[in-house]
Design a protein around this ligand. Sequence first.
Ligand code: AMP
Length: 535
Amino acid sequence: DTAGPTPPADCCRAWHGAATIAVFDTTLPGTMANLYSLIQAALHKRGSAIVVNTAAHDVSALQLDERVGRYAAALLSLGLRPGDRLAVQVEKSFDNLVLYLAALRIGAVYLPLNTAYQPAEVQYFLSDATPRVFVTTPSRQAELAQVVQVAGVDSLVTLGVQGDGTLAQLADRQQFSAPVAERAGDDLAVICYTSGTTGRSKGAMITHANLISNACSLIEIWRFSSKDVLLHALPLYHIHGLFVALHCALLSGARILLQPRFDARMVIDCLSQTTVMMGVPTFYTRLLTEPDFTRERVRNVRLFISGSAPLLDDTFHAFESRTGQRILERYGMTETGMITSNPLRGERRAGTVGMPLPQVAIRITDAQGNALPAGSAGVVEVRGPNVFQGYWNLPEKTAAEFRSDGFFITGDLGTIEADGYLKLIGRAKDLIISGGLNVYPKEIEAVLDALPGVIESAVFAIPHPDFGEAVAAAVTLQPNAHQTPENIIATLRTQLAAFKTPKRVYILDELPRNAMSKVQKALLRDRYRQEFTNG
Ligand code: AMP
């Protein structure tokens, strides 16, 4: 296997002295293993410096800690105790950020829910995780009241984007700041439901030690400091915006420009103040469609980071020629936090996700779990302090996804190049087996994307009576492109083995994606499943 640089990444020690030992010793007593105690120490160090800007407010470090203390007291007054779950489905806002920190502070287990979830889906999460309190937006209170009752949740409170709602009022009435609760490193901090593109989504149990170790490693390898200003346009219900972005900034004392959502115009307006931007690939493709997104605009930005979905080589190169900067791509998942990253100094290699973080080991295995040599394609497995504890209420599912030596089976397919860079080639469940032969979608997508006029593509399987599965592709085209499904297939026949060549090509206006920029291949499979069969 391939291990990251020498442990430990003790970047937190600089401002928190002995408490950082808790990062790597999950048995230490007291509040030291609570992630919020590290955040609080960093905030106290920054004092009256501004650490969050929103459209309406400039918030100093001490004001942030004070507001978190009030929210924490409000949560205690609702009966939340360490270990209790707090489910939250609200629009992104400053108070949403505060609420997350308040949950950490009192040792509650934060359960973020995508705002797109409908009542039936919310009911599933509430019944599965049995939170004591559920926070929703004021406008959805009536709609969700019954769901909350059926799931047996004690309290339903609301939080709006303007800091309005019953929970915000309760926080405003609090007279004291709740103390930081004692936690052990292996106590749960968050349960994050996976996006669940197939089957029911599962609750990943993430501990304080998982979050702290990952944040410290990222701060170290990306050299975050209090001089940084982070542009935050990601959602707060997913690990990219909630953990990677927030923790790097808060623990290093950096300032956060908190935007309600991604809007290319708003981002461009803020770039002159920004030093680091984190985004999903679509942020970058959208920025590139704006003519005034220029080298001049980004001259204060030292780092653009991309993740959560594959960054196209074309985007990487177009971005570099427009801005003179190479996007740094990293890879992670809900269950593991961040796993690999391209280097800050050193080659950022397009089409790869870089090397393992400090203390993280990765390997590529075959279906039986045997490690494969460099260059071979197989499943990515990962082990380290970043890896979650398991799936909530699903011990068997958890056991099935860990090897006996502690490696977690990510379900991603990849290869490790001879010099250690990891290249992802798709999800194992997206692997196509046509006539008994393996087809890796990424390989076909790369050939499609290189055709003149093709913007991007998604290759997926559809049922076929003869081959079991047939290769199919959806592509998007530039407006003036002269491509048809027939001539795309004809060209591909000259470049790929017959079994890899798509039997069908569909030209779409855009690929179906979720909010994190991931292409929804399950939707494509579903849409075209009857092309060759009735199934
Ligand atoms: P989630 O748990 O929603 O964060 O999704 C995790 C999955 O996103 C991973 O297992 C990968 O399949 C995918 N992913 C994350 N980062 C990247 C990346 N840089 N390139 C390609 N896929 C990625």
